[in-house]
Design a protein around this ligand. Structure first.
Ligand SMILES: Nc1ncnc2c1ncn2[C@@H]1O[C@H](COP(=O)(O)OP(=O)(O)OP(=O)(O)O)[C@@H](O)[C@H]1O
Ligand SMILES: O=c1[nH]c(=O)c2[nH+]cn([C@@H]3O[C@H](COP(=O)(O)O)[C@@H](O)[C@H]3O)c2[nH]1
Ligand SMILES: NC(=O)CC[C@H](N)C(=O)O
Ligand SMILES: [Mg+2]
Length: 545
């Protein structure tokens, strides 16, 4: 992906050209992406771009624009400002928090630091107008006169911009809501996108549906049809596509979509890197081939990976070795497929590489705040591109994880696949702390299988976002059958999270943990103790390495 988040796909019909789109311009608030989420939940397509986006370089005309909150103050030197051309588009604009202040700044520079910060819950009083000003009340149509809202600001408007009226107040903010009388411009000091503003979704709906007149037609059924059409146009009648497919949700859904679009000109490749879970390569191959009709090749490269991992115990080194070896294997495979198709009248060159990039990855890479600091090097398929001259195709790059799951269900992918917990590319290598070898893998696989089977049997799999057993590189003393044993420790990890950026450990009941612990110690050779990891993220991470 290029630094600005664009891929080679950008030229062809992207969703913003097909669906009515509300554009969110991000000024760096931690809530910005939630505005996009809320609109999509209303079946309105929304995209987020950095606040520095040049309007003349947009590939589409939005139905409306939302200016997000942000950590800056509009009056400071170097504070970010919206491209003034946004005001020439003639579309409705809603400013939220910093966005409201930006709207005011553009209309007369009357914003200053307040004496009191307003943070947390506040009571909003809505003002109603009549006669020729009635239209400025549209943002709060159908909403009670007094509502609870969430505030997070220190700056305030010194006076109203020309042509604007107050439409809501709080005890601390006489201009908690403002609207222009002659243009469809609205500003609110509170955050409608967070759940602490219970009527927030209705307010966003009033803006997007009633004021912007955006159609609520963003559904996964429609997306599938359009996306298949788009992929076919992009790839052409003969082009071939290769894709790294792990059996995880993202790559499975992307693969199914490709297969629907271009049939056997799509080549899915699963690399058995020797650090997969028990029977994983076999099960994934069966499921994808038999149930989904996907043409999947398994490349068994376990010896190669395990050979390179021998004697390595540093987490970052393990990740790098696995990431780089994935690239080598993938390059060989792409070459082999291209050679096999050399004389085929039906299929041309391999021109495209399928990637399962999701919208949060795109947001991260184009964020106004810039990508976050590297905590760990996630093995990245983007790396697969080196020297391959392939163009990227990323059918999921506009979707959030829950949308990918809805899409998977829509494509007829079995529920157990759609709701699979994520499994990282470096696999068990980052769940076996210390050196990875066959003996350690055997222990880790067996313990993980018991833990996950028990979670499924207890009906907890869907409640938990991700669970696994990790193997610690230390030995403890125990007593089994009256004999002293000196064996290793299994650490169980199970977390609940919505975005995998923060997570909490799952509160199992004591009986469940007792059952799992007893089974692991009794059934897995080489383990004499089981511990449960009660660290949230942050300060922990989900994986152990
Ligand atoms: N063993 C593997 N063989 C081939 N490709 C893989 C393998 N492991 C990971 N990948 C590639 O790396 C990408 C990123 O892995 P990641 O785990 O984030 O996604 P996923 O496996 O598709 O879904 P999930 O997040 O549910 O595990 C995958 O989409 C896939 O393209
Ligand atoms: O494909 C992947 N390649 C990786 O290198 C990788 N490292 C972590 N993860 C997954 O990312 C999520 C967050 O994990 P952490 O809290 O450990 O960073 C969790 O879902 C992890 O399983 C990875 N996925
Ligand atoms: N959350 C925000 O958008 C804050 C905006 C601005 N920096 C203020 O404190 O008022
Ligand atoms: Mg995975």
């Amino acid at each position: 992906m290029a630094a600005n988040g664009e891929t080679t796909e950008d030229a062809v019909n992207v969703p913003a050209k097909t669906f009515d789109t509300v554009l969110v311009l991000d000024f760096g608030s931690q809530y910005s992406h939630l505005i996009t989420r809320r609109l999509r939940e209303l079946n309105i397509y929304s995209e987020m771009l950095p606040c520095t986006q040049k309007i003349s370089e947009l590939h589409f005309t939005p139905k409306g624009i939302i200016l997000s909150g942000g950590p800056y103050s509009v009056y400071e030197d170097g504070a970010p400002h919206v491209d003034p051309a946004a005001f020439d588009l003639g579309v409705p604009i809603l400013g939220i928090c910093y966005g409201l202040q930006e709207l005011a700044w553009h209309h007369g520079k009357n914003v200053l630091a307040g004496e009191k910060r307003e943070y947390g819950h506040a009571f909003l009083k809505i003002e109603r107008h009549s006669g020729k000003e009635e239209h400025i009340d549209r943002l709060f149509e159908g909403i009670e006169d007094d509502i609870e809202v969430w505030m997070s600001h220190g700056d305030k408007l010194s006076k109203l911009p020309d042509g604007f009226h107050p439409i809501a107040t709080t005890a601390n903010s006489p201009f908690a809501g403002i609207a222009s009388t002659d243009k469809p411009y609205f500003g609110i000091q509170f955050h409608p996108e967070v759940t602490h503003t219970p009527r927030g979704t209705q307010i966003l709906s009033n803006f997007a549906v009633n004021i912007c007149k955006a159609r609520q037609d963003w559904t996964m059924e429609k997306f599938v049809d359009k996306e298949i059409e788009r992929i076919r146009a992009l790839v052409g009648p003969k082009g071939q596509v290769i894709g790294a497919v792990s059996g995880g949700v993202d790559s499975t859904v992307a693969a199914k979509l490709m297969q629907e679009a271009i049939g056997d000109r799509f080549h899915a490749v699963l690399v058995d890197n020797g650090v997969l879970r028990l029977d994983e390569a076999k099960t994934v191959k069966e499921t994808l081939t038999k149930h989904l009709g996907i043409n999947l090749t398994v490349v068994d490269a376990s010896d190669l990976f395990l050979g390179k991992l021998k004697g390595v115990s540093d987490p970052e080194k393990k990740r790098k070795i696995i990431g780089n070896t994935f690239i080598e294997i993938f390059q060989d495979k792409a070459k082999a497929i291209a050679e096999a198709a050399a004389n085929s009248p039906k299929a041309g060159d391999i021109e495209w590489l399928l990637q399962g990039t999701l919208y949060p990855d795109v947001i991260e890479s184009i964020s106004f705040k810039g990508p976050s600091a590297t905590i760990k090097t996630h093995h990245n398929v983007g790396g697969l591109l080196e020297g391959m001259h392939l163009k990227l195709i990323e059918p999921l790059r506009e979707l959030f994880k829950d949308e990918v799951r809805a899409l998977g269900t829509n494509l007829g992918i079995p529920e157990h696949l759609v709701w699979r917990h994520p499994f990282p590319g470096p696999g068990l290598a980052i769940r076996i702390l210390g050196e990875v070898n066959e003996e350690q893998l055997k222990i880790a696989r067996h313990a993980d299988k018991i833990f996950i089977d028990e979670i499924v049997a207890a009906g907890l799999y869907r409640k938990i976002s991700q669970a696994f057993a990790a193997l610690l590189p230390v030995k403890a003393v125990g007593v089994m059958g009256d004999k002293r044993v000196h064996a290793q420790v299994i650490a169980l990890r199970a977390v609940e999270t919505t975005d995998f950026m923060t997570a909490d450990w799952f509160p199992f009941d004591g009986d469940f943990l007792k059952r799992v612990s007893r089974r692991i110690v009794n059934e897995v050779d080489g383990v004499c103790r089981v511990v449960y990891d009660v660290t949230s993220k942050p300060p922990g991470t989900i994986e152990m390495e």
